[in-house]
Design a protein around this ligand. Structure first.
Ligand code: HEM
Length: 178
């Protein structure tokens, strides 16, 4: 893809992101005034929806890499994978992570005053998950430049990490074992 094409798609993605943020902020403000004391439950619902979208993307992206590794560089298939990876990252994974963090931190402050061993451990694991997010975002760039050197087996193993983190995080927040 040409630089001009990349600039154009980056510009459009930024525009969509800005519109999404404005819509979310306005909808949240309205909900805050309409729901009153019930807003905590609404915030939790939004948090869980964002978590589902984030996790879906984090599980799918390394799977795309597994198939992308086998596609010949410069082939139509390889270029299609690049588009799919870029759109998944920018359109779903990045915004879903931001919404998860914003509402998660608000819930942690409002509901628990940032106290609790389960909460501290959960936040630590989510930081690891966010680090993995950054690593996958870097891989999307490398694949886009045909510079990935990791084999399919590497991406298969990476694919398991978000699953394990998700299981631990969900147990921590629902069971609250300590
Ligand atoms: C970004 C940092 C995050 C923070 C600070 C955070 C914090 C919280 C807090 C305080 C609650 C409310 C718990 C309650 O009211 O009992 C909550 C709910 C929840 N969180 Fe998170 N969270 C974060 C990310 C995540 C992630 C990454 C996942 C899953 C992979 C997740 C899954 C859930 C679930 C399933 C609930 C609903 C639990 C229930 O209703 O009992 N959270 N979160």
């Amino acid at each position: 893809m040409s630089d001009a094409g990349n600039d154009n798609s980056t510009g459009q993605a930024m525009k969509r992101m800005a519109i999404g943020i404005v819509v979310l902020v306005v909808a949240t403000a309205l909900l805050y005034f309409v729901a009153g004391d019930g807003f905590y439950s609404w915030a939790k619902a939004i948090h869980v929806v964002a978590v589902i979208a984030w996790m879906a993307g984090m599980l799918y992206l390394p799977r795309l890499f597994v198939y992308h590794v086998d596609a010949e560089k410069g082939s139509v298939q390889s270029e299609t994978f690049k588009v799919m990876e870029r759109r998944l990252l920018r359109g779903i994974i990045n915004p879903a992570m931001i919404v998860t963090w914003v509402f998660g931190l608000w819930l942690a402050w409002k509901g628990f005053g940032f106290q609790g061993g389960w909460l501290h451990t959960k936040i630590a694991l989510v930081l690891v998950l966010s680090g993995l997010h950054g690593y996958l975002a870097g891989a999307v760039r490398k694949f886009a430049e045909d510079k990935n050197e990791k084999p399919a087996r590497h991406w298969r193993i990476v694919n398991e990490i978000p699953t394990l983190l998700m299981i631990a995080i969900v147990i921590l927040v629902i069971v609250k074992p300590f």
